[in-house]
Design a protein around this ligand. Structure first.
Ligand SMILES: Nc1ncnc2c1ncn2[C@@H]1O[C@H](COP(=O)(O)OP(=O)(O)O)[C@@H](O)[C@H]1O
Ligand SMILES: [Mg+2]
Length: 306
């Protein structure tokens, strides 16, 4: 069946703290679907999503959800059951990329550079002790949009940072702070797109820097040497393979002064507003937002198709 014969459900909103961001992504995607003359229906995802999928008779799902239940394999599992092909990776790929600790274990196994780290659990009795010199970065294992993340530069900031992160997750990751250029590498399958250099004016790419216009400068293509660009793009391709990527995810790295790209994470459902990073990279490679949406739709599949 051709795309134009299908009813495309754009899944947005959801139950995670990134709900608002997702609604913005979803609306932009739905608009693009309609502009391209396709049949699209927006679905605001809540606990009744299963009946909404049936009621709207969708043939294909564009998942524009961010965060828990949307990016972690949960909605992917539901769509598998309903036999509705969906964008992005399958259940395992989604779950692996969403879990920052599991991602890092896989990076280590595959010799992909990533910051040294420690893991702490809410249930553990022993008081968490930092093994590294400051600064370090404290993050919940399963959030996005920098929610619950702190940079700890002084000893007195340690406990509040841990408390904040444990407010979001049972598992907390502490990473050595990497000084360098923050880079986003959009992927078109295994093919890396032009790199975006992210320069938050405050120095920290937190929620505010991500979503308030004017708080961050973006440079695309990034101001890198050909060797640096190649190294980053090769690393991103390795991450894509190792984490069972699919579709058009975004790999974020920090490139240090020695030219090592320390991988932070792979975002399997990157922001899709017209000012987001993946659309920015796509545009640089000659792909307009609407065409990017079509490209992502074409990559939709099921894990368990017969
Ligand atoms: N190890 C680190 N060193 C320096 N900055 C970091 C480190 N880890 C995260 N950051 C900063 O925090 C931001 C969010 O971290 P990230 O791991 O990508 O989590 P999220 O999933 O919330 O986006 C990054 O874009 C970067 O600016
Ligand atoms: Mg990130």
């Amino acid at each position: 069946m051709e795309l134009k014969e299908k009813t495309i459900g754009v899944l947005m909103g959801g139950l995670s703290p990134e709900r608002e961001v997702s609604l913005t992504s979803g609306k932009a995607v739905l608009e693009a679907v309609k502009k391209k003359g396709l049949t699209g229906v927006g679905i605001d995802v809540d606990n009744n999503v299963a009946s909404a999928l049936i009621k709207n008779k969708i043939d294909l799902a564009f998942i524009a959800l961010h965060g828990v239940y949307g990016e972690d394999g949960a909605i992917q599992g539901l769509l598998e059951y309903a036999k509705i092909p969906y964008t992005g990776p399958g259940i395992l790929g989604s779950a692996l990329a969403y879990d920052k600790v599991k991602s890092k274990e896989i990076f280590k196994l595959n010799n992909i550079p990533t910051a040294d780290y420690q893991v702490f659990y809410r249930s553990q009795k022993k008081k968490p002790q930092c093994a590294f010199d400051l600064p370090v970065v404290v993050k919940p294992s399963n959030q996005g949009s920098s929610i619950g993340i702190s940079i700890v530069r002084e000893k007195k900031e340690w406990q509040p940072a841990m408390d904040l992160a444990f407010g979001y997750a049972e598992e907390v990751l502490v990473e050595k702070f990497i000084d360098g250029k923050l880079l986003a590498i959009g992927m078109n399958g295994e093919q890396a797109m032009p790199i975006v250099h992210i320069r938050p004016k405050s120095g920290f790419y937190d929620y505010e820097a991500k979503y308030t216009s004017g708080k961050t400068d973006y440079i695309c293509p990034a101001d890198l040497s050909p060797t640096e660009t190649q190294r980053c793009q090769d690393t991103a391709a390795k991450v894509y393979q190792a984490l069972r990527g699919s579709g058009m995810p975004r790999v974020d790295v920090i490139l240090d002064s020695e030219g090592t790209p320390h991988v932070l994470e792979m975002n399997t459902i990157p922001g899709m507003t017209s000012t987001s990073l993946l659309p920015m990279a796509a545009k640089e490679s000659g792909m307009e937002f609407e065409d990017l949406v079509i490209e992502i739709l074409k990559s939709a599949q099921l894990d368990y198709s017969e």
